[in-house]
Design a protein around this ligand. Structure first.
Ligand code: UDP
Ligand code: MG
Length: 316
């Protein structure tokens, strides 16, 4: 039995050695299972690439994929999944916020027959209030809007059976939100609670803007509710406009004070203009993504691969 561990890394030179040591230590507890660790260097601009090369040279269980530039964590994980040979695959962050000690517990649950074992954070020190609050809001929203339910308080940290990984590999979309895709795929899922600790060193690689981008990807790829919102707001605005029309007609026909209606007219025009632009924007977002998908570009470009025995097909 082989366990593949996938670690996406962007500018993680401060933590990568420590993470590797911890990982190997935790994985060595699995006496009846071999493991491989696949590091993806997601276009780091610091020394991460070289450190990974050194880890790889020292241990053949380490494999490295280096991207030609930054493609994002979700794409990095996808590359890892495409290259993983394991019967089960674990996704884990490079900053030790997800404790590797939990992996053996995950394997135990997997052996019991669960095909997805996700880590559920019980405690999250070192995160700002705003981040916790926005995360909560996001899960509420996505679970309301889309037909799949995504478990609260989970990150990417999870173990997946080969069958689940294959299901993910069958999803070629570019705008990827792996957590959502795993929920969509189904299978038997179970949570393992763990305490999320603060980042060991280095900065978070997710600015609020980047988080917002990920949230938008998730909502737009998992629901067409925003399109419906556009339509509903349109109906509402048209209803209001109808009332306005009746009002204007009444003033015009039965009184001679119809010039003051100018204010109302002005407001209605502004309002309708706004509603139309919002609706167009929402539709544009979907059209733009459709365009992105139909181009069928590869998801990532590889700079080099280290430690893989067979020649791999170029990244899809
Ligand atoms: N990461 C990546 N590419 C990116 C952003 C992040 O590979 O464009 C990696 C990063 O190195 C880390 C993981 O994704 O291993 C999670 O990132 P981070 O810890 O910065 O996010 P946070 O825990 O603050 O949400
Ligand atoms: Mg982190």
């Amino acid at each position: 039995m082989l366990l593949s561990v996938i670690v996406p890394c962007l500018n993680e030179e401060e933590v990568i050695d420590g993470t590797h040591r911890h990982l190997v230590e935790a994985l060595s507890c699995l006496t009846d299972m071999d493991f491989e660790i696949i590091y993806i260097d997601d276009g780091s601009r610091d020394n991460t690439g070289n450190l990974l090369k050194m880890l790889q040279a020292a241990d053949e269980r380490v494999k490295v994929i280096r991207f030609s530039r930054n493609f994002g964590q979700q794409i990095a994980i996808t590359a890892g999944l495409e290259h993983a040979a394991g019967d089960a695959v674990v996704l884990i962050d490079a900053d030790l916020q997800d404790p590797p000690e939990v992996i053996p517990d995950m394997v135990t649950r997997w052996r019991e027959g669960f095909q997805v074992v996700y880590g559920r954070r019980t405690h999250r020190p070192g995160e700002t209030r705003l981040k916790l609050w926005t995360a909560k809001l996001f899960y509420r929203l996505i679970n309301k809007l889309s037909e799949v339910t995504m478990p609260l308080d989970t990150g990417e940290f999870r173990l997946m059976d080969r069958q689940v990984v294959n299901a993910l590999l069958d999803m070629p979309e570019r705008y990827r939100f792996i957590r959502g895709m795993v929920s969509w795929a189904g299978f038997s899922q179970v949570a393992v609670p763990y305490e999320r600790v603060a980042r060991q060193a280095g900065q978070t690689k997710y600015s609020y803007l980047k988080m917002l981008g990920l949230a938008l990807d998730a909502i737009i790829s998992f629901s067409i509710a925003p399109l419906k919102v556009a339509a509903w707001v349109g109906f509402l605005a048209s209803g209001l406009a109808l009332v306005g029309i009746v009002y204007a007609l009444v003033l015009r026909v039965f009184t001679n004070i119809w010039v003051p209606g100018w204010t109302l007219l002005f407001i209605v025009i502004l309002f309708l203009g706004g509603v139309q632009l919002i609706s167009l924007g929402i539709i544009g977002e979907y059209v733009g993504r459709t365009y992105g998908e139909v181009k069928m570009r590869p998801l990532y470009v590889v700079l080099e691969r280290l430690g893989f025995k067979d020649v791999q097909p170029p990244g899809k």
